[in-house]
Design a protein around this ligand. Structure first.
Ligand code: G3H
Ligand code: 13P
Ligand code: ZN
Length: 330
């Protein structure tokens, strides 16, 4: 058993409280490899933002849980070396079982998500409470989920949204003891969040998706005042990155994300954590494709992963500065 405290990590309690009071959101960026981790730490140190390093079960399978643990520990030391000791949380994204959450806690995670949203309400409560009871013994914070996002969640595929039912949140939070709650208000995972036919065109001809259900969010805020809310599926799918990918041989069709102003509005509300993965994938892919297409003789991985890392860092700096509002809050 390794305590996250020995690794220099923090849980999410204090940073969420400050984010709530300060009307901004903490970035939760997914990582699977060294370049992503470097870009996240460099960007957040430079912008003095707290950060959540997020690991999905797929990432754990891909990168090896032990290596990821040491990378997170390395991230803390790396941040100090870069000159600023920002709060860093190591969080399990979309944990689907008690055993997985327990194993991550034993490996040094400071926060876990137990996603029981695809179970019945009663089973979700039971599973979430079991994780909370274990996690709280070690001062590890727990995120639960109510409502189902459309799209792909790790191994779980949902066809349609089931928006969070505001009438359930108070009961769920009090029965489970969770520290934060992920809700479904119209976001979804991946780069194809909306079909073009769901969107309207603005004066510049750009597709504008239907707005998030802020009415549901407000209703939830009324029922559990002061409670930390989490927004998954919050990538904006930057169209310049999509265009670069497609220019250099990619085939992304109808890639549409959540407009940044919607996320700014969410960050100023009870939403304390905003999850972003797909935008990072797009930024890396765009940079790698550009190098492959324009410098076909290049075969040193540093020559394409380096620019990919730089492009990622630029994206993350923009997110914390101009979308989440967490810059300068570390
Ligand atoms: O919510 C899902 C995250 O984007 C993680 O994706 O399961 O492919 O690592 P992944
Ligand atoms: P995106 O696919 O919109 O980046 O969402 C990521 C996420 O919610 C991770 O849990
Ligand atoms: Zn998610």
């Amino acid at each position: 058993m390794v305590s996250y405290k020995e690794l220099g990590l923090v849980n999410s309690r204090e940073i969420f409280r400050k984010a709530f009071e300060g009307k901004y959101a903490i970035p939760a960026f997914n990582f699977n490899n060294m370049e992503q981790m470097q870009a996240i730490v460099q960007a957040c140190v430079e912008k003095k933002s707290p950060v959540i390093l997020q690991v999905s079960s797929g990432a754990r399978k891909y990168a090896n849980q032990t290596l990821l643990r040491y990378m997170a520990q390395g991230a803390v030391e790396y941040a100090k070396e870069l000159g600023y000791n920002i709060p860093i949380v190591l969080h399990l994204d979309h944990g689907d079982s008690f055993e997985l959450c327990k194993s991550c806690i034993e490996m040094g995670f400071s926060s876990v998500m137990i996603d029981g949203s695809h179970h019945s309400y009663e089973k979700n409560i039971e599973l979430t409470r079991q994780v909370v009871e274990y996690a709280h013994k070690y001062d590890v914070t727990v995120e639960g989920e109510l409502g189902v996002l459309a799209g792909i969640e790790d191994d779980v595929v949902a066809e349609h949204h089931t928006y969070t039912e505001p009438g359930q949140v108070e009961d769920f939070v009090s029965k489970t003891g969770v520290d934060s709650l992920a809700i479904s208000i119209g976001t979804s995972h991946g780069a194809n969040k909306f079909k073009p036919e769901q969107c309207t065109r603005n004066a510049e001809g750009i597709l504008v998706p239907p707005p998030l259900r802020f009415d549901i969010l407000e209703e939830i805020e009324k029922r559990i005042p002061g409670f930390s809310i989490v927004l998954h599926g919050a990538s904006s799918v930057p169209q310049d990155q999509v265009a670069l990918i497609n220019k250099y041989g990619g085939a992304l069709k109808d890639a549409i994300g959540i407009p940044e102003e919607q996320l700014r509005r969410a960050a100023a509300s009870a939403v304390c954590k905003i999850n972003i993965d797909s935008d990072g994938r797009l930024a890396m892919t765009a940079a790698v494709r550009e190098i492959f297409a324009t410098q076909p003789a290049e075969f040193d991985p540093r020559k394409y992963l380096g620019p990919a890392r730089d492009n990622l860092k630029k994206l993350y700096m923009h997110k914390v500065e101009s979308v989440l509002g967490s810059a300068g809050k570390a």
